[in-house]
Design a protein. Structure first.
Length: 111
């Protein structure tokens, strides 16, 4: 039986993280991954090895801001929040995703 893949299409991780932060506000990394997994009905899984480098890049690009805080389990963690630049990037990412999915939909319909 073939292994089911739930890898996130390359390039969509930023979109998912930015959208999550826009919808839920400030969150730590584990909460971001849990939210994406939960709202996707377990169809998407973000691995830590992908998430934290992506968050670091987004912080360097000015899309997110990070600050140390305490989790609900009383642990220290970095909490991420969306910046104004991140909101602009989210709009661009959503537009790009809409174009991509429309293109794929057209090919599937035609082929």
């Amino acid at each position: 039986m073939p292994k089911l893949r739930n890898d996130i299409l390359q390039g969509t991780l930023a979109l998912l993280v930015l959208k999550t932060l826009a919808a839920r506000g400030e969150m730590h990394g584990y909460a971001i991954t849990a939210h994406i997994q939960r709202v996707s009905a377990e169809l998407l899984r973000v691995e830590e090895g992908s998430l934290y480098p992506a968050l670091h890049r987004m912080e360097q690009d000015g899309w997110v801001r990070a600050a140390w805080g305490t989790t609900e389990k009383n642990r220290q963690a970095r909490f991420y929040s969306l910046t104004a630049l991140g909101r602009k990037q989210l709009a661009q990412e959503e537009e790009s995703w809409a174009r991509l999915t429309e293109g794929v939909r057209r090919v599937l319909r035609y082929a």
